[in-house]
Ligand binder design. Structure first.
Ligand code: FES
Length: 86
């Protein structure tokens, strides 16, 4: 099982390989399009970027080349722990 820590405060356990969307939604991350085009669900990854799946094409299109932000409607967690803020 993998773990996501939100805003240094709340944590959620997620199955390895699962999308992070449901846990993020429960923690209060807002969503809109859920297709990687609006940017509403941006989260900042403080730690554990390596534990998330590769950027999707939608994330590259929206976020460009950088190593801090992800679209919570797009990525999955591979395992381990990821710390995010939103
Ligand atoms: S909800 Fe629109 S990009 Fe994720």
């Amino acid at each position: 099982m993998a773990k996501i820590i939100f805003n240094d405060d709340e944590e959620a356990v997620v199955t390895d390989g699962a999308p992070i969307k449901a846990a993020c939604e429960e923690a209060g991350v807002p969503f809109a399009c859920e297709e990687g085009v609006c940017g509403t669900c941006i989260v900042e990854v403080e730690e554990g970027m390596e534990n998330l799946t590769e950027f999707t094409e939608e994330e590259f299109d929206f976020l460009g080349e950088q190593e801090q932000e992800r679209l919570a409607c797009q990525c999955r967690i591979k395992g381990g722990c990821v710390k995010v803020t939103f």
